[in-house]
Design a protein around this ligand. Sequence first.
Ligand SMILES: O=P(O)(O)OC[C@H]1O[C@](O)(CO)[C@@H](O)[C@@H]1O
Length: 529
Amino acid sequence: MEFWTGIETLKAHRGARIGELLKDDKRNACLRLEIGPFLFDASKTALTVNALETLVSMAETVPARRDAMLTGAPINETEGRAVLHTALRGEAPVMVDGQDVMPGVRDTLERMRGFAQDVRSGAFAGQGGRITDVVNIGIGGSDLGPAMATLALAPYHDGPRCHFVSNVDGADWAETAKSLDPGTTLVIVASKTFTTIETMTNAQTARDWMAGAVDDPAAQFAALSSAVEKTSEFGIDPSRVFGFEDWVGGRYSMWGPIGLSLMIAIGPGDFDAFLRGAREMDTHFREAPLDRNMPALLALVGIWHHQVCGLPTRAVLPYDNRLARLPAYLQQLEMESNGKGVTMAGETLPGPAGPVVWGEPGTNGQHAFYQLIHQGRTPVPCEFMVAAEGHEPELDHHQRLLMANCLAQSEALLKGRDLAEAKAKIAGKFDGAELERQAAHRVFEGNRPSTTLVYPKLTPAVLGGIVALYEHRVFVEGVMLGINSFDQWGVELGKELATSLGPLVEGADASGKDASTRALLDRLLGWRG
Ligand SMILES: O=P(O)(O)OC[C@H]1O[C@](O)(CO)[C@@H](O)[C@@H]1O
């Protein structure tokens, strides 16, 4: 069925009570999938079997497009590129322009392993001794993936400390550098294009800092980029340059060279397990029929909530503190991929594409923004995730509390509390009109949707699986919407204007700018004296 026609049809299916739907075990089984180490449960949504079937029929173009992506067709049509981040964790040959890309992928991975081992063992040392700290300088996809994964896999760290500097705000570099010894620090400049102003500015600052302390600063630099020629202009020895092809999108790039800091932190063996977890999800995505396909189910639930039910945001709520950066990572993955306004053919979309994605780890969020999730007028579909076990067996009572809280939140969203129940709770304290008034504040509408992903423990393989799950979900949503999930033209205008504002913050004539910008600039420059 054509996508937007399907959306209109589905609007008639809204309004079911989730509690009632949950009495139907057959329907629940359609919305619950167990794959490898994951159980994904979407039964706490108002999706009916009929609605799900309609959504599946609207995804009929997905399998062919998926196969095109996985076999190296140039599906990023506005940039004329293949989309092959799956090859970075793959095994089978993949042809691009008549050539198998896998030997190159394997060679680079092997070089990364060798370098990571040398850094970890001390065979590669700084001018002041063994490397104690690694600083990854990058932004967006050259930062968020490795930063998120390095934190997530902290229990596996047995290499040097890893730091991530991304913001052009000098505070980011300055705060990080405070704890570093230039003689024992390795700086990794991570940039697909090697032109990003934030990264190049931070890289230059890092080099100046290093030059003040060691004879050969460039010897303690490595680079990760698909613009290999630019890395040598920066002075980085080719032996420490790890290149990748333009068929790897920035926000999909941590499986290859952009993951070097993670590999140094956890070691090549655990990095391999991370790739394996993602590869297993790729295999499932490639082979499972759409109605039993976990990434597809996530996508269909997303479309149900955003395009059909009109809910503008989606919250990602990991009850796993080491996944603290996952919401930020997913913001780029989902919003840069699917935050689009036109179809692949350049026609204005008749409705919204990707939703706003946000979130924080639980239980912290419960004591901050969950008030709105429970009682705000606009429901927020919540995506909970939790492990059965933590990495701290001696603190297992914490893990039990964490699981209980995660399950309690989805139950509270589902059940709510009606006025009669709210009154009964406080009947001893208030009466008459005051009882009515006080009780109204304690009503929870309920019937609010959530999904939950559970897994045994946050291991490298599980993390790989979670990220691949979300990557493929974004892909399915993008295909169904008919958009290009693999470009990001929307970031360009701001970059161009920042360049044009460069001279103006140095005091050049601002008369060409609008009145607001002129007033703000005037005040900022005035304060600088
Ligand atoms: O890796 P690069 O080329 O420095 O780009 C960093 C980020 O900037 C963007 O191009 C957006 O400006 C992202 O897509 C990308 O992940």
